[in-house]
Design a protein. Sequence first.
Length: 482
Amino acid sequence: MRSHTTLLALALAARLALGQNTTTFVPSTNFGTWEGWGTSLAWWAKAFGNQAALADVFFTLNTVTFNGHTLPGLGLNIVRYNAGATSKNVDPDGDSIQLPSTMIPSREMDTFWLNWNNTDPTSTSWTWTVDANQRNMLTLAVARGAIAELFSNSPVWWMTYNLNPAGSTDGSSDNLESWNYDQHAIYLANIAARAKQSWGVTFASVEAFNEPSATYWVGPSGTQEGCHFDVSTMSTVIPLLRTELNSRGLTSTIVSSSDEETYDLATSTFNGLSSTAKSTIARVNVHGYQYGGGRRDTLYSTVHAAGKKIWNSEYGEGDATGAQLASNLILDFVWLHPTAWVYWQVLDVQGWGLIAADNDAVTTGAVAQKYFVLAQFTRHIRPGMTILNSGSAWTVAAYDSSAQKLVIVAVNTAAAQTLAFDLSAFSKPGTSGALVQRWATQIGSSGNQYVAFNDTFLSGSKFSTSFGQNVIMTFEVTGVAL
Ligand SMILES: *[C@@H]1O[C@H](CO)[C@@H](O)[C@H](O)[C@H]1NC(C)=O
Ligand SMILES: *[C@@H]1O[C@H](CO)[C@@H](O)[C@H](O)[C@H]1NC(C)=O
Ligand SMILES: *[C@@H]1O[C@H](CO)[C@@H](O)[C@H](O)[C@H]1NC(C)=O
């Protein structure tokens, strides 16, 4: 007797024999409106923020020449500005920053608030001339249409118990002094107010913490600014930040939280916040450092039930091929349903950087295949599109209702094969015979880099294309109605 499983396997084998490994879209389910793609500034912009060509590379869709490379602009429209924690002055008590020798110089971010003597941002306790390169890249990005988030890796050094912006002495305790909870909120609110008045930048959101539950990379011998916060401390600081923003007229700047390192930590932190703090934050930011692990689905259901959006506000790893990036990004689309996705440092050491760079030597190197892998997403899935249920684990689908355009991004990690896409569930699945434009990038160390082809056509409500192994493609089908 044949089992159902055997029958299913036979049916699948028959379909595959016809080259029909098919994705069938489910347009009746959507996961909200896409807000965009971004990067955090911080270290790379401190080093390279005076180079306008880089703003064109990352924040426009133009074809841009950089260092002899002709690049498709990534069209990022979200920029995260890092409120620095470091200054070298002595405060009125005679205290000065206790920077560890392990701190990497390019990761020391200038603070605007030099000492605790005065909260007035026009007083001599404040300076607004520092951090020129990061501010410059912020304004270049905003001039190109980006929306901005203000974030903090650590409170200013003098607000911390050990005067060390790399982390508390044991790494696992709060480092923000309890009498400085409001100072941290005032610091961020004053920067947001200053940006609006003087920089031409209205921050859309402010985030007071960065991986606050982390203990292993923050600490007295850290290499970068960082600070642990207990969940109960976050619950206190979040409403203070809301109040300080409001009192400066920044009522439409939302508070986001908590930028935890993993999906699972984000779920437990969100669940642990006080009801006041929960109702104060308008969005949950999470980082993607759990990669292929963790319960993205649990975080989504928890946050979605509370009526809030999710951003993957920081993702990065050292795989220059783009394989990890494509895999984890598609997992986010399938399970986490963020409405924005932010790469950590677009310029960074080889592997981490989309373009390899040395922030201390201020030199750039190769453009990674990873750059072009990300372009397959960012240049086509645009703000305002609706993210649809793609119907398969290797495919992402977005719909532009005004252009009646379906965007599909698909990855083939298996051996070379034909992948088919079935649009029959759309009320209008395009026009049979119509051109389906496609772009292809080889995941790896060489090969196609975002190459365009006009060789694929709808046949009825389907189309198919042969994919080599580890190829990512983007398709645009026009004349589609939900
Ligand atoms: C502290 O601020 C006050 C004004 O608020 C100023 O008169 C005083 O000189 C400042 N002290 C120091 C040590 O900066
Ligand atoms: C269809 O192709 C995808 C993408 O490579 C692969 O993950 C999946 O295993 C394939 N399915 C079958 C039944 O071969
Ligand atoms: C494909 O066709 C479109 C629409 O006619 C055109 O804009 C585009 O330049 C063509 N691309 C290639 C690679 O030929």
